[in-house]
Design a binder for this molecule. Sequence first.
Ligand code: SAH
Ligand code: SF4
Ligand code: F3S
Length: 477
Amino acid sequence: MADQPTSQPPKKLYIETVGCQMNVLDSELVVARLRDDGYELTDDIDQADAILYNTCSVRQHAEDKIYSALGRIKHLKKKKPGLSVGVLGCMAQKDQTQILRRAPHVDVVVGPGQLGRVPELLLKAKAESTPQLAVSLARTAGSRDHVTSSFDSYDADREPAVRPSPFQAYLRVMMGCDKFCTYCIVPSVRGPEQSRPPDSIVAEARLLAMQGVKEITLIGQTVNSYKHREPDGRTTRLSDLLARLHDIEGVVRIKFITNFPNDMTDDLLQAVRDLPKVSRYIHVPAQSGCDMILKRMKRMYTAAFYEDMLARLRETIPGSSVSSDFIVGFCGETEESFDKTVGLLERSRFKNSFIFKYSPRAGTKADGLFADDVAEEVKRRRNQVLLELQTRISLEDNRGFLGRDLEILVEGPSRSTTRKEGWDGPDQMTGRTHCDRIVVFSGPQSLTGLTARVKIENASAVTLFGRVADAQVTGPV
Ligand code: SAH
Ligand code: SF4
Ligand code: F3S
């Protein structure tokens, strides 16, 4: 950390993060940089010297939330002219100067490929009393290499103090996306797909293990498309990377999200089966069960291919769980198409599914090609139907765990069941099974970061409840 003049109190930073795991990790890295610049975190927006929003553009709703938050803090800026306001991440890359037009009190607009420059840009905005904009090149702005090099990686800066849990960390293995699903803004805001060199990933994982991290989640928009070619022609796939990370002492669990159905190769499934530290949990979004819609989405697989992949996955990895994403109300989705999605969801028995109503995004292929022709109330109803079906399946499957002893990696005190005032019973702790099911149980806080055997006594659709059956186990989960 840079030396601070002792007379100067630390500046206070308030940061809000929306969107996916990429953003959670990006915020960690931005905070690490700003701590070096003399900032400390605050939860109190009124106390802040800098307010940053790390934003998402995947659906309109995510953007609306940020624009209304910006509207709400306008008065703070009037009260405290020294206050810095920043819009970071995907919406910054997408809307650029439009943000400054809609919210002239914003000082910095910084895209996801430029986040390492946030401290410098905050200082510059203040020194020059001019808003600063730093974004990467558009995908059509030049050669692939030229565009790629405008998305900087700065992953080596890690800041354990700002992670939601000191035992868990994200590790980026890929940046960007080249799949260009027609509904999706991610390839334009996150840039071309790039797989990081395996040596730097392994080095970062070692650093995380030294910092006390037990569970590492590898992240990439299509993490199973990971492929790195060395100059000598050797290729590292995700399965090879998992094997290398598996050897790191201190790491007890490894996960990876999110997977693309077409890239779910046998070597990867076998690696999950054979490497005991790798969580038997696969998130592999289907999006729809209708071939006509999948084609319009340019997902490049059919529903039958997806279901075959799922069968192969389950055959190779016993005891695994799978989760999915679905979009309802995509352009041209008829009742018949929707019924096919219902059928796929019913047969697939996902652990859980994330279900979204289609939100047209300016600049995507679908927005130019197809009309957003499914009425909002139809989208809402279809969303509800899928949610209810998934909840019923999750509950049925979770009930299958009643009476069983499961090995849990303990994450910490349960937030939803935190102790009430005056409560002197045992602490409510939370953790996850090897197949990523959430377990809440009574047990001491000292179990945090360790593994424990828990007897399951109750189950809801999202949570298993139990009590510690055995004292802590220290070996790999
Ligand atoms: N890279 C991941 C997902 C990124 S976005 C993948 O390919 O699976 C996360 C999810 O948001 C997607 O899986 C999709 O279900 C949803 N999504 C993306 N664009 C959307 C849009 N325009 N409207 C509604 N949902 C969308
Ligand atoms: Fe978007 Fe498709 Fe890439 Fe996922 S794979 S980020 S849905 S374009
Ligand atoms: Fe959103 Fe950007 Fe992630 S658009 S989903 S925060 S990559």
